[in-house]
Structures are given as C-alpha cells and as structure tokens.
Design a protein around this ligand. Sequence first.
Ligand SMILES: CNc1nc2cc3c(cc2[nH]1)N=C(N)NC3
Length: 371
Amino acid sequence: MTETFQFKLLATDGRARRGEVSMPRGTIRTPAFMPVGTVGTVKAMYLDQVRELGADIILGNTYHLMLRPGAERVARLGGLHNFIRWERPILTDSGGFQVMSLSSLRKLNEQGVTFKSHVDGALYHMSPERSIEIQGLLDSDIQMQLDECVALPAEPDEIERAMEMSLRWAERCKVAFGDQPGKAMFGIVQGGDIPKLRERSALVLRDLDLKGYAVGGLAVGEPQEVMLDMLDVTCPALPTEKPRYLMGVGTPDDILKSVAHGIDMFDCVMPTRSGRHGLAFTRYGRINLRNARHAEDTRPLDEQSSCPATRDYSRAYLHHLIRSNESLGGMLLSWNNLAYYQELMAGIRKAIEEGRYADFMAETQENWKRG
Ligand SMILES: CNc1nc2cc3c(cc2[nH]1)N=C(N)NC3
C-alpha cells in the first residue's frame, strides 16, 4: 500500500492488462472484480468470507446510504469502513444510476437531480458537489463523479445532451473533490451506443487528468457486441497509465471479453443476486438449482473446488434449500458464486502475466459448455 493513489501496469497481453492499484488502505490486483455491498453489506455474506475469496475492494452506494442510515450519521459513527468493519478500499458509486433505476425521478437540470426516495418517498436534491460531499462523509477511497445515466434505447440528441452535462458535472466533481492524495475520483465516460459521443466523452475526461476512468451507461440491456463495440472506441481514447472500470459488468463471459478489450475493474450484482435466486456459476457453466432435475443429485457443484459451499454440499440439498426459500440456500450460492468469480479473476491475472490470455479465454469458454 502507498500514501497516495498509484496505478502500475505490470504486464499486457494484446489489449488485456495486468496491473495494480495501490492506496493507503490496500492494494487492488487488476483485472479486479469488486463485490457489490450496496447498503454496507455484500448480501448474504460475511465480509471476512468476501476477503478470503480474494476481494481486494468492495462497492458501496451513495444513493442507498444517503437515504439510510444517512451520510452524516455514518460520518458520526466513524465512516463506512468502521461501520461495516471492512478496512480495505471501498469504491462508492455516485448515485446517478441508482436515481434513474430506483427512484421516482422528479427533475434533473444543470444544478443536479431532485428525486423521491424509494424508501420513504421523501424529496432529495443531489448536485455533483453534494454527491462528492456524501462520498467524503462515507470516507470512500474511490469516489465516482455524478453523471446522468440515460436508459437505452434513447434518441441521439438525448444521449448527447446527457453526455455533455455529465462532462460539466465531472469538472464540478473534480473541483469539489479537491486534492486528496490517498483517495481518487473517477470520471465516467458516457455517450450511449454512439461511437463519436463515446470518443468525445473519453477525450474530454482524459484532459481533466483524473486518477481513473469508468465506462458507464452500458450493461443496461444492450447486446454484448454493442457493449464491446463501445469499448473498442472508448479504451483507446483513455490514458493507458490510468485504471479503467466497466460499471455493472457482468457475466463471466462479459468479463473475459471486456478484459480482452482493455478493462481493469468490474462490479456486478450478478453473482450475489442470482445466487439468492438459485443460480450457481461453476467452471462448467451455470446450474439453476431450482430445477427439479437436481432433487436427488448427490454430487456437489464442483468437488475440485476449495470453496466449502462448492465442494461439500449436494445439489439435492441446495435444490431443497432454494425451493424452501431458506436463507442458507442464498448464502451457500452467493458464497459459491463469489468464489467462482474471484477464481476466474485470479486465472485471468495469471494468464495475462504468462502471455497466454487468448488460450485461457478459449479454454474457459470451452469448459462452460461441458456443464
Ligand atoms: C448493472 N449495470 C450498470 N450499468 C451502470 C452504469 C452506470 C452506473 C452503474 C451501472 N450498473 N453508475 C453510474 N454512476 N453511471 C453509469
């Protein structure tokens, strides 16, 4: 760890990058998967488990935490790390996406966004400055700019308007964030599915000389090839010496391919949310434990795994727990899924170090078909 925020490129293989982010609270091995801890918990997991599986950093959400328990209250309680007992880095999303996806949006203008809480209907106003202030109250290590997220499909001029406003908000967030050597504020590239808007957004953000760059406005239901096409335009326009974070992505296949397109950091609720609903990710593909065909299958998910949830419990038992809506079902499958995602990331990092990423990708995708 270091007193300042530093990113080092350790190896490349094609456009795939093996790197390391060093911060006062710890080091992040990239490509990295960041488990999502929306309201201060990675659902159905103990954070000790999350760490043991290999997570170097987790996510929190400004929108949820400002509504409950409140940013000032978390600050009075000593900040988010003390509150949730996670001493390593935390990245917080700024609220833009959550307002669009969760609240009954009242209005959005140059000043910021006014919305009604999905918790109690109370009215809130969030400006770029207030978003950064909240992330500071949470003592977040990597803070995201406030951006305007447009649901796709959308009209090109609507996408352009939102992208340009997000650029102006990025400048305001940079000023509000100021100079905090041990922390970072990342810009978010917008521009929907329009290549020239994506490129402009990336180039203008690059000139702001931020410590890292997220690619946002994707993983919102567009086909995978559209997402990858946008990465083909965006990544080359971003500085090579700064980390790149693809927000909300994704499935194991999305991650494999996005690493090959130059992405360093990922977050997604997929492993935890789908685990709670009975879906298991394994080396040999997905298994839906709700399916009756597992009712008397005594095999574990994968007897070669080092994860107890994957190695020690029969599919029959997991099927029973999920069908009975028992908490332990979601706990064991979240454990299995995060173990699989972190094992995948470790394999990705090693393959890039050894210059065999293309083979690793092909072997991994081939194994998924054997399930
Ligand atoms: C699940 N997909 C997803 N796409 C996202 C896109 C964004 C985001 C979060 C996301 N999650 N947060 C932002 N502040 N902006 C862009």
